[in-house]
Design a protein around this ligand. Structure first.
Ligand code: PLP
Length: 488
């Protein structure tokens, strides 16, 4: 029998693991201290120049650092300088704090480090369950293969619209996977003006072009179905192929819910793929006070959700749900021999339903976040946020130097400042400058947008610890800052 010399030295796993255990304990303690201190610190502050420079100019290390050193550096130079969304007075964009369960689960998922594609390992089964849970949470029909986790709402939208594109072109005998778009008829997408930019980006990436978009005629949240159907008929008469209709279950600017039921009716009557963007607001359906407004979402061909928004799953965690998993499989499945994996089930591997081959274990933190609160706990959290949004709207209406831009439907409140000392002609400039000026003061964080053609502030309430006191702080900070800007 031949023997082979082995050049690899025995790893000192005992010492390595001991070092890991010590450093990880210190990290957990440091993270817990950081979380505990957040509410008493400024919401956000610019980095001190020295820290920014230290981070930017880090030289590539030649020699190994100890884990203890890495933990100390991360706790000193990184954690204290976050974007602010851990603070209950953070109202910016659509960024909640991470759930504690999700933070803990992230460590376990990293320790496993699987590629979640197929096979009889726990991560694959947990993702299947989590996708089903997400569908159940929002009342979307689900069969195995009817969705997958993605990096976020934008990626989920690309996945869903790839399904829509493939189905529409297959119906006219065009094989887009083989032939690309060369020789294909022009597809048309009907998209509300307030839809998130990720829809346009998906259409651009999929080769449909932003020129394929027609605006859905909505007036104060009501669909003019006659006008929409006339526009569809005109496109058909012109030789184009109406393919896609989009609705938002919570717009990013004002949190408005499009008339999903009426949109679903048109999509079904016209044979269009109906896609609902529920990335921000889809989980709003858990609030019994507004659940009715989401009727029709369950009839969508596809639904984009973002557990990393309202649910507070640590980034990244998006989800694409579809009625027919085969629409995604037809769009994405590609199995070269070196990737064959016999799943033993009629549904394919996760890699056959989306663009990622190596896939991270997003499901564990999502599973943990949902399980740590339960459906009832999440529903209470969602309902509370929308209640707070109504409370904030009432505060704004009671403040003569502010005005509501739109009544809140979910947990986003869009509003403007109008300090008495500011001439009307300067109000747009003032509201444009206002969010950053408020952010710089460090007591509340709000961001801006353009709504109805005017500069507007939007406050998005997602933090489970946000309370009336934080709403009051936001209002007084915005009013005080607006007065300062008006004086300047
Ligand atoms: C309504 C809506 N759709 C889609 C997205 C995009 O999601 P993501 O940032 O996870 O890609 C967002 C993000 O804020 C959103 O609010």
């Amino acid at each position: 029998m031949r023997t082979y010399a082995c050049a690899v030295s025995e790893p000192d796993t005992g010492a390595e693991l001991q070092a890991f255990r010590r450093a990880a304990h210190a990290l957990v303690d440091g993270v817990a201290d950081h979380l505990a201190a957040l509410p008493s610190r400024p919401v956000w502050q610019p980095l001190p120049d020295a820290v920014r420079e230290r981070l930017l100019d880090l030289p590539l290390p030649e020699r190994a650092a100890t884990l203890d050193d890495l933990v100390a550096t991360a706790l000193r130079d990184v954690l204290p300088h976050a974007m602010g969304n851990g603070h209950p007075a953070f109202f910016g964009w659509v960024n909640p704090p991470p759930s504690a369960a999700g933070i803990a689960a992230s460590l376990a998922a990293a320790a496993m480090n699987p590629s979640v594609v197929a096979g009889d390992h726990a991560d694959v089964h947990v993702e299947r369950t989590v996708v089903r849970w997400l569908a159940e949470l929002v009342g979307f029909p689900h069969a195995p293969g009817g969705g997958l986790l993605t990096s976020g709402g934008s990626a989920a939208t690309i996945v869903c619209l790839a399904g829509a594109r493939g189905r529409a072109l297959a119906a006219v005998g065009h094989d887009v996977r083989r032939d690309g778009l060369a020789g294909a008829p022009r597809l048309v997408a009907y998209v509300p003006a307030e839809a998130h930019s990720c829809v346009r980006r998906a259409l651009e990436l999929l080769g449909l072009g932003s020129g394929s978009m027609r605006e859905v005629p909505l007036d104060a949240g009501r669909l003019d179905a006659v006008a929409l159907r006339a526009s569809i008929a005109a496109d058909r008469a012109g030789g184009a192929v109406p393919a896609l209709l989009v609705g938002s279950a919570g717009t990013v600017n004002t949190g408005a819910i499009d008339p999903l039921d009426a949109l679903a009716d048109v999509a079904i009557a016209e044979g269009l793929w109906f896609h609902v963007d529920g990335a921000y607001g889809g989980f709003g359906v858990l609030d019994p006070a507004i659940a009715d407004r989401f009727r029709g979402m369950e009839r969508a061909d596809s639904l984009a959700l973002d557990p990393h928004k309202w649910l507070g799953v640590p980034v990244d965690a998006g989800c694409a749900l579809v009625q027919r998993g085969d629409d995604l499989r037809d769009a994405f499945s590609l199995i070269p021999p070196y990737l064959r994996q016999d799943t033993g089930a009629p549904i394919g591997t996760f890699a056959e339903y989306g663009p990622e081959q190596t896939r991270p274990f997003r499901a564990l933190k999502t599973w943990a976040t949902i399980a740590a609160r339960g459906r009832a706990g999440l529903a209470a959290q969602v309902a509370r946020a929308s209640r707070l949004a109504r409370e904030l709207a009432a505060l704004i209406e009671g403040e003569p130097e502010l005005e509501l831009a739109a009544p809140p439907e979910t947990s986003i409140v869009a509003f403007r400042a109008r300090p008495v000392s500011c001439p009307r002609a300067r109000l747009d400039d003032l509201n444009h400058a206002l969010p950053e000026a408020v952010q710089a003061r460090g007591r509340a964080f709000v961001t801006g947008t353009v709504f109805d053609g005017r500069e507007t502030l939007r406050a998005c309430i997602l933090h489970p610890d946000t309370g009336s006191e934080h709403l009051a702080t936001l209002v007084s900070e915005v009013v005080a800052t607006a007065r300062e800007l008006a004086r300047a």
